[in-house]
Write a protein of this length. Structure first.
Length: 48
């Protein structure tokens, strides 16, 4: 039989305020997304 504590994931949960690695992952995703959007808009404006 599978132990209940084995069912939990080791990945960070982004919605938990007490999980610093989850908060770091959320900020990293936000930074990467913003950079990609800004870079794409800059490339389109530059090419136009």
């Amino acid at each position: 039989m599978i132990e209940p504590e084995r069912l939990a994931s080791d990945l960070p949960e982004l919605d938990r305020s007490d999980d610093p690695s989850g908060g770091a992952a959320a900020w990293a995703l936000l930074a990467v997304g913003t950079t990609l959007i800004f870079g794409s808009l800059s490339a389109v404006i530059w090419a136009w």
